[in-house]
Design a protein around this ligand. Structure first.
Ligand SMILES: NC(=O)C1=CN([C@@H]2O[C@H](COP(=O)(O)OP(=O)(O)OC[C@H]3O[C@@H](n4cnc5c(N)ncnc54)[C@H](OP(=O)(O)O)[C@@H]3O)[C@@H](O)[C@H]2O)C=CC1
Ligand SMILES: O=CC(=O)O
Length: 321
């Protein structure tokens, strides 16, 4: 009997085809709807490997039903949706998709920063809605990006690649991690700072940490109060790193100037959410790595990891906890 792989979302047939001779492969048949939990539990019980999305909760319950389960291959670099400790205890490997999405996510993050600072979404809607009456000196005037100070919180692969883009805009680069990155300091002139220094000195604060117990709620009332009133906050990591209620208060009280968000506490965010009613909020539907090239590469990497593990070899990009 061929080993069984279940993929929790519909992926292009031609990408999956490379495994169908050697393995029995089934996919959830919807592209834009998550597999229901009861179906996922049934599949986990039968599967040798699961190819999962960041929207699937791979918790202790699910891992316990996986009688033959050897691998969870997550189609994301972030793996906060997976209980990695419980998986390790059960001898189930976890893989993610680092590096292949770094440049694409950095492009989107810097694009979001530009769009938020220069009010690009508001301006494009203004034209389409027929509101443009005449050129005027301060029409939709935003904030400059060049020569300003950017503070990257989470200067990992993506954070550093965002900093590279910032260097091209002649920005002054500050960063905060738990550990220093001498190479980024040397190559980009990035300056290591405490979290508090980043908050008080940056014009643009960009969050690119993973979601962990330490980073959950990191950006809260206290953090927003320490930022400049002209500060622009960008979050492309995970929604739960930010307290959205506190962020909303900071925006309506004028404690910060604007925000660009690619990720939310609850995804998809409801169109009625208070944050989405504010003109100085640019909101995107978690599309950091969403270029056709990169998403295809991420899928191939997941399939390669699955093939390696089910052939008794080491995966290319294992997650360790
Ligand atoms: N919006 C989107 O579509 C995407 C979002 N992401 C998100 O971006 C995250 C980062 O990805 P990537 O750059 O590849 O990951 P990396 O592991 O390369 O970088 C993460 C960085 O965060 C730092 N970090 C971890 N914990 C803390 C902390 N408590 N305080 C400050 N810094 C911390 C790490 O440094 P140190 O260990 O020294 O603290 C590290 O430099 C992912 O985990 C994911 O959540 C990724 C891709 C797309
Ligand atoms: O959010 C996306 C990821 O790859 O992580």
């Amino acid at each position: 009997m061929k080993p069984y792989i279940f993929i929790t979302r519909k992926l292009p047939e031609q990408v999956v085809a490379r495994l169908t001779e050697k393995y029995e492969v089934k996919m959830w048949d919807k592209e834009d709807e998550a597999v229901p939990r009861d179906r996922l539990l049934l599949e986990a019980k039968k599967a040798d490997a699961l190819l999962t999305m960041l929207s699937d909760s791979i918790d202790e319950e699910l891992l316990s039903v996986g009688e033959k389960l050897k691998l969870i291959a997550n189609l994301a670099v972030g793996y906060d949706n997976i209980n990695v400790k419980a998986a390790a205890e059960k001898g189930i490997l976890v893989t993610n998709t680092p590096d292949v999405l770094t440049d694409t996510t950095a492009d989107l993050t810097f694009g979001l920063l530009l769009a938020t600072a220069r009010r690009l979404v508001e301006a494009a809607e203004f034209v389409k809605e027929g509101k443009w009456q005449s050129w005027s000196p301060l029409l939709l005037a935003g904030h400059d990006v060049h020569h300003k100070t950017i503070g990257v919180v989470g200067m990992g692969s993506i954070g550093e690649t965002v900093a590279k883009r910032a260097k091209g805009f002649d920005m002054n680069i500050l960063y905060h991690n738990r550990s220093r990155k001498p190479k980024a300091e040397e190559d980009l002139g990035a300056v290591y700072c405490s979290f508090e220094e980043i908050l008080s000195q940056s014009d643009f604060i960009v969050c690119l940490t993973p979601l962990t117990n330490e980073t959950k709620n990191l950006f809260n009332q206290e953090s927003f109060k320490k930022m400049k009133k002209s500060a622009i906050f960008i979050n492309a990591s995970r929604g739960a790193v930010v307290n959205e209620k506190d962020l909303y208060e900071a925006l309506i009280n004028g404690e910060i100037a604007a925000v660009g968000l690619d990720v939310f506490e609850k995804e998809p965010i409801s169109a009625n959410h208070p944050l989405l009613q504010l003109p100085n909020v640019v909101a995107l539907p978690h599309i950091g790595s969403a270029s056709i090239e990169t998403r295809t590469e991420m899928m191939h990497l997941c399939l390669e990891n699955i093939d390696l593990v089910l052939s008794g070899k080491k995966p290319k990009t294992p997650v360790t906890h």
